[in-house]
Each structure stands twice: as C-alpha cells, then as structure tokens.
Design a binder for this molecule. Sequence first.
Ligand code: SF4
Length: 102
Amino acid sequence: MNEYINILQIIRGTTVDGPGFRTSIYIAGCRHECPGCHNPSSWDFNGGTPYTIEQLMDIIKEEDFDVTLSGGDPLYHPEFVKELIKAVNAIGHNGWLYTGFR
Ligand code: SF4
C-alpha cells in the first residue's frame, strides 16, 4: 500500500455528495475515460497534493462528519481506501465512495 495518495480537493461540510453534511475527498487519477465525464481534469494521477491516511483522518476528525470519496476514481487505490474507510468507521462515521468500476 502507498503511504500517501494525491488529493485534488477536500470539501468540508458539503451536502451534495451523500446524506447529511459530509467531508468530501477528491482523489486524483482515473483511466476509465467515461463518455461525458464531469471532471476530466481529475484523470491525472500526479495532480493535487499528497496526503497520508493520518493527515486525512486529522481533517475528518476535525470536521466530525461522515465521509465521501470521489475523484478521479478512488478504487485505483484499493488498499489505501480500505484502510481509510476502516479508520472512518472506527470513529463512528460512514464512508461513501463513487467509482467507475463495475
Ligand atoms: S469514473 Fe468518474 S472521473 Fe473517471 S472518467 Fe468516469 S466520470 Fe470521469
């Protein structure tokens, strides 16, 4: 598992990525090339800024909201995402994830 992944944006307290107020984390990188993709600028895996799970959890704990992962496609980093969601669940919050994988 990578120690860090590149994050494009973190939105604190959004209501558009799932139920209730959420911390939304946009992970860089996608190769699906879906027709009509809403955000082709997110496809570059080298975009954004690197974050570790610990750094992301510091922000998630600070906000104390449920969490949504989007991108890009978070599931290009399955082990990192699994550990991040486990950490989110461990503090009593749910984690949603948007993916282009089937
Ligand atoms: S999975 Fe999402 S980011 Fe990737 S190409 Fe499809 S719509 Fe765009």
